[in-house]
Design a protein around this ligand. Structure first.
Ligand code: ZN
Length: 90
């Protein structure tokens, strides 16, 4: 799962594009009743919103820092994907 977009400014095209790919992917593989879990600093995966709202939250509030260090299991990433990407050793 591409997470490089998190390094860019929230108003940059790189961030917007990466965020949209992320929310679209999560919606395809990990949605429930039209929503996905919001990993922003306020919701921290406790609340479900439409991908559009999640994109707004992540743009304004940013992603929870502790979730950035974990496999994104609420958004379709498996532990195996995560280890293969080298995140587990970081
Ligand atoms: Zn949120």
């Amino acid at each position: 799962m591409d997470k490089s977009w998190l390094r860019f400014h929230p108003l940059s095209a790189e961030f917007k594009n990466g965020l949209h790919i992320f929310s679209s992917h999560a919606f395809q593989v990990a949605s429930y009743d039209g929503g996905i879990k919001c990993p922003c600093t306020r919701c921290y995966n406790r609340l479900w919103f439409s991908p559009e709202v999640v994109e707004d939250h992540l743009t304004v509030d940013g992603m929870d820092k502790s979730y950035m260090r974990e496999p994104w299991v609420w958004h379709g990433e498996t532990i195996e994907d995560w280890v293969q990407a080298g995140w587990g050793s970081a």
